[in-house]
Design a protein around this ligand. Structure first.
Ligand SMILES: [Zn+2]
Length: 98
C-alpha cells in the first residue's frame, strides 16, 4: 500500500506552522504536507517569500558589521564635501584688481 500523505491542509493550517518554519529553516518546510501546500498555493508561497525577505533584512540589521557602516559612510560624505568645497575655492579665480 502506498503511503498516503494528506496534502489537503488549509492556508490557516499552513500558516500555523510558519513560526516554527522560520525559527528552524527560514521558511523552507521539511514536512512534505507543508512543502506540498507551499508548492501549490500561490497565496502562501507569496507570504513565505515576503517573510523570507523580511527575515533576511532583519538578519542583516542584527548582524554586527565589521565596522560601523553609518560612521564610515558619514565620514566619507563629509570628506567628499570638504574636498569639493576646496576644489570650488581653488577654481574660483581671484577678483580682478582694478
Ligand atoms: Zn495556502
Amino acid at each position: 500500500m502506498t503511503q498516503n500523505i494528506d496534502t489537503t491542509i488549509s492556508c490557516a493550517e499552513f500558516q500555523d506552522h510558519l513560526p516554527e518554519l522560520f525559527a528552524n529553516a527560514n521558511g523552507v518546510p521539511d514536512d512534505p504536507t507543508l512543502k506540498h501546500h507551499l508548492n501549490t498555493c500561490e497565496n502562501c508561497a507569496a507570504l513565505v517569500r515576503d517573510l523570507q525577505y523580511i527575515a533576511d533584512q532583519a538578519r542583516m540589521l542584527l548582524e554586527p558589521a565589521e565596522e560601523d557602516p553609518s560612521d564610515s559612510v558619514w565620514s566619507n560624505i563629509q570628506s567628499k564635501m570638504e574636498l569639493e568645497r576646496a576644489e570650488v575655492e581653488a577654481a574660483t579665480p581671484p577678483l580682478p584688481s582694478q
